[in-house]
Write a protein that binds this ligand. Structure first.
Ligand SMILES: *Cc1c(COP(=O)(O)O)cnc(C)c1O
Length: 459
């Protein structure tokens, strides 16, 4: 019935509905994620122990399980205004193409030059570091979106930056290097000879294409060994999910303008930040018993941390230098194959999302194979006029499957998914799909078992 309502293709939030606070889901979780542990003592980590790694404001946000709404600093709001609110798009053309009675919406985060949602957290992370007088930042990047977003944020706040980029992606996407250098940052393919961790990994796995976990180890080592330098991370952490709540808050406000509410919410999950941000305010409704949307996390079959991983304490990095977090993990020693969706090649998953999934509040995790993902990506590009990132296309793929189910059952469900970014730097992946040279690598149980055996033993 409401299909006839006059809902525009693109819903833009008016100024007065733009969120001025982030939402901290932990304040409403009846059971919190297990605390981070000191990797040496296995004691519960204290906020002060994070200070050598993260700046103070971010260390505080990381540990803050109580404050429900946190003010977005004025300077961050000003930057957000250049690319936010991001549009919420009703996928009329896709609906028509599929012949589904479902209503499909997607929140499009690829509207800024960095091309993804990552800028939402890059800006506040650099802002707080600048406020505290930090002299330089280090980070890792997988596919390159985070490195790009962070280099833009660092250029904006005039902050020196070194980026460790996963070697496979560095070679697949040479223009990422150019854009990061255009913004004035220094970029190094990982594993590298510039850190102890990098040298050790190269010795153990010569010729490895690297992984996010390994690049994290190098960036952390580089930060703690330099003076007055700090490390920043683009996903997984509680602080990043907090910043990404802007995505969900805007989506919810935009849907409310038209009395819409999603029955199904879908997002791709690498480290969990876009999904965590998108679902946050809707999860609040579920936790309060007001609504019961169905949440689906989508991951690549090549790196299936939620669908085949263990819920256990693990290191956030391959070099085992970070604190331990309780999360769904494939083991920090897991070396993912060179799946093209570089942003989803991470061994672990946000502790918040892991806990919600473990408790059955995040309803489902689904693993999808790469060729099927690209089929959806190409179809989407042809009817919606946006070239999606491979990561985002995981969410498209499941949204399409759900819409087809609605067609079969005749149900008029409302589907919301996160379209996290654009795929302009992923054309070699598109090309290999179009040439039929793309493969679907799925790790065997033995592959997974090997990495599970190295999980830290916690009493
Ligand atoms: C990094 C990235 C992801 C995955 O990261 P999450 O933290 O899981 O959101 C998804 N899509 C795009 C476009 C990305 O750049």
């Amino acid at each position: 019935m409401s299909n006839n309502k006059n809902i525009p293709y693109r819903i833009n939030l008016p100024e007065e509905l733009i969120p001025r606070q982030w939402y901290n889901i932990r304040a409403d979780m009846k059971e919190l994620p297990d605390p981070m542990l000191n990797p040496g003592t296995h004691e519960e980590l204290k906020e002060e122990e994070l200070y050598p790694i993260f700046c103070k404001a971010l260390s505080h946000q990381e540990m803050d399980n109580k404050t429900r709404y946190i003010d977005i600093p004025e300077s961050v709001i000003e930057f957000y205004k250049m690319c936010r609110p991001s549009p919420l798009i009703r996928a009329y053309c896709l609906e028509k193409e599929l012949g589904t009675p479902a209503k499909i919406y997607y929140k499009f985060e690829g509207n800024n030059t960095s091309g993804s949602h990552k800028l939402n957290s890059a800006i506040p992370q650099v802002y707080y570091a600048k406020e505290e007088g930090i002299d330089g930042l280090t980070t890792e990047t997988g596919a390159g979106q985070w490195g790009t977003a962070l280099s833009m944020a660092c250029a904006y706040y005039k902050m020196p930056l070194t980026v460790y980029m996963v070697k496979t992606s560095y070679n697949q996407k040479p223009y990422r290097k150019s854009i990061i250098e255009t913004c004035g940052a220094n970029i190094i393919p990982s594993p590298s000879e510039t850190t102890n961790v990098g040298r050790a990994i190269l010795e153990k796995f010569p010729g490895t294409g690297g992984s996010l976990g390994c690049a994290i180890s190098e960036a952390v080592e580089a930060a703690v060994t330099a003076t007055n330098s700090r490390y920043v991370l683009g996903s997984v952490l509680n602080q990043v999910l907090l910043h990404q709540s802007i995505v969900g808050l805007e989506s919810k406000a935009a849907m409310e303008m038209y009395d819409e509410y999603p029955d199904i919410i879908i997002g791709c999950a690498g480290g969990g930040s876009n999904l965590g941000g998108l679902i946050a305010p809707f999860m609040k409704d579920k936790l309060e018993g007001k609504r019961n949307p169905y949440f689906i996390a989508v991951e690549p079959a090549s790196c299936p941390s939620m669908t085949r991983g263990k819920y256990a304490y693990d290191f956030c990095d391959t070099g085992k230098v970070t604190p331990l977090a309780k999360m769904y993990t494939l083991g920090c020693g897991f070396q993912p194959s060179s799946n093209h969706a570089g942003g989803l090649r991470y061994h672990g998953m946000s502790p918040i999302l892991s806990k919600l999934y473990y408790d059955g509040l995040l309803d489902e995790a689904r693993a999808v194979e790469q060729t099927k993902v690209f089929e959806s990506a190409v179809n989407f590009a042809r009817c919606e006029g946006i070239l999606p990132a491979p990561e985002s296309s995981h969410a498209i793929c499941v949204a399409v499957d759900e819409a087809i189910k609605c067609k079969e059952s005749g149900e008029e469900k409302t589907i919301l998914f996160g379209l996290t970014g654009t795929g302009y730097f992923d054309m070699s992946a598109y090309e290999s799909f179009l040439n039929n040279t793309m493969s679907d690598y799925i790790p065997s149980d033995e592959d997974l078992q090997k990495a599970f055996e190295e999980l830290p033993k916690i009493n």
